[in-house]
Design a protein around this ligand. Sequence first.
Ligand code: ADP
Ligand code: MG
Length: 240
Amino acid sequence: MSESEIPRVPTGVAGLDEMLGGGLPAGHVVLVTGLPGTGKTCLGLQFLFSGAARGEPGVYLSLEEEEPALLASARQFGWPVDEVVKAGTVKVMRLDPKQTHQNLQRIQSDLAKELKALGAKRIVVDSVSLLNMLSDDEPSRRNTLFGLAAACRDSGATTVLTAEADPLHPTVTRDGLSEYIADGVILLGYSSAEDGHRIGLSLRILKMRRTAHARTVQPYRIGSGGITVDAKAVDFGRGP
Ligand SMILES: Nc1ncnc2c1ncn2[C@@H]1O[C@H](COP(=O)(O)OP(=O)(O)O)[C@@H](O)[C@H]1O
Ligand SMILES: [Mg+2]
């Protein structure tokens, strides 16, 4: 399939869609990684609620925040959260990291069925870092992540996985694994001046299989309407 033929799924962040040539390639599993506070959860919510505005059902698998807190964040950005949730277009599934065994089984066996039944076109998993903490060893961590990515791909939806960046090496994830499982990686980070002071946020697309994409570092903001990426501006500091 040639590049121009891959259908696109707009992220709801106009500048990012421009950098991606229209949006995320449909059916891909894309990782969004960054340090805490860089807007991974905001981006996930924006992806789902902008899809809902187009009538596309979405599922938010939350391992970190409870549904009321997540919806409160989305409401703050001015999106019609209650209507969309009531209509069933967006569904929050909470996976409690404390219920380890049950969760792993569910991910490996039931998730694909549940996603299909819901007819999800968009999936967000926030975050795979917490999911990784459920496993005791490397092989089971890998199996869980592969299982999750496979369930998402099989469902036919387009997926955003979030992961914490490694504080010492913020261009890679803490687990060092998610980026290889994902079809694409978007890196959110703090721009810093030469003296190391953080002076803003900037974004970079590290990889996106089967498509060309911008490789520049672009500044973004988290404002009252969500995330905006300035795809025209050139970043001012040392980006992520
Ligand atoms: N309504 C809002 N208006 C402006 N900025 C916001 C709003 N909500 C969140 N933020 C900003 O987003 C940051 C948190 O983003 P979040 O998506 O939770 O990050 P992450 O998931 O990467 O830890 C906050 O620290 C704040 O700076
Ligand atoms: Mg978060």
